[in-house]
Design a protein around this ligand. Structure first.
Ligand SMILES: [Zn+2]
Length: 258
């Protein structure tokens, strides 16, 4: 399960923030030794590929994410069909992000491919850039296909109205980092955070955190959603910078649905 650091279930890894240091300490039971990575300084994105051999793609990979989306190719692409069910809220501050783990059974279908929703989480500022612009935050809905590959739906978030869905999440944040909070009486449905228009940009890329595996088909929605200034600040007060800089396309084409 090492390759799924970005999406692992909470019992697989325990992230413990070390106050006063830019990097974070992650202890892996499988490996029996500690691994550091963060967003600044000596453990920041420029150094991820040198931290350990399993992270080498972060440095050498040519299908890395995020990217700047500007030049695109319009195409007749399959719609994203969403089948999300209500799930009891399970939320964790894992030191790198706030993540909500989803119960089994919620899926998206794109053409003939089915992908199960595993979790969603946030970055601030946005990781993808759109026509040169960085947004305040970005939401990633992480889905896994039958072949083990991932389909991640990225939604850009800009400052605006209070977002009721985010309000529910932020009202139930765990007091302690590193521990999942299970709130059985609060049911959420991730379909409530989706914009009405699900048109998207798509390209082949990677996890945006170590080990940067190139197993992700990205679907970045063209329509951003709104979130209030206070809601953005709530996130950034807990999770400081959490965005990897954009990576070169190396000849990859970004396609755009209608
Ligand atoms: Zn992400």
């Amino acid at each position: 399960m090492k390759i799924f650091t970005h999406i692992v279930l909470p019992f697989a890894f325990l992230f413990l923030p070390l106050t006063g240091t830019p990097a974070l300490f992650a202890s892996s039971g499988e490996q029996g030794h500690s691994v550091h990575w963060g967003y600044e300084g000596e453990y920041g994105p420029d150094h991820w590929g040198d931290i350990k051999s399993e992270y080498s793609r972060c440095k050498g990979g040519q299908q890395q994410s995020p990217v700047g989306i500007a030049l695109t190719e319009k195409a007749e692409l399959d719609k994203i069909n969403v089948h999300y069910y209500n799930t009891p809220l399970r939320i964790i501050n894992n030191g790198h992000t706030i993540q909500i783990n989803y119960a089994k059974g919620s899926t998206i279908t794109i053409g003939n491919n089915n992908y199960e929703l595993l979790q969603f989480h946030f970055h601030s500022p946005s990781e993808h850039k759109l026509n040169g612009s960085t947004y305040d935050m970005e939401l990633h809905l992480v889905h896994k296909g039958e072949d083990g590959k991932l389909a991640v739906v990225g939604i850009l978030m800009q400052e605006g109205k209070t977002n009721d869905f985010i309000k529910t999440l932020w009202n139930n944040l765990p007091a302690e980092a590193g521990k999942e909070r299970s709130v059985a009486e609060v049911k959420i449905n991730a379909s409530q955070i989706l914009p009405q228009n699900m048109a998207y940009y798509t390209y082949s890329g990677s996890l945006t955190v170590p080990p940067c595996n190139e197993i992700v088909t990205w679907y970045v929605l063209k329509t951003p959603i709104e979130v209030s200034k206070a809601q953005i600040e709530k996130f950034t007060s807990l999770i400081k910078k959490s965005a990897r800089p954009i990576k070169p396309l190396y000849g990859r084409v970004v396609r755009e649905s209608n």
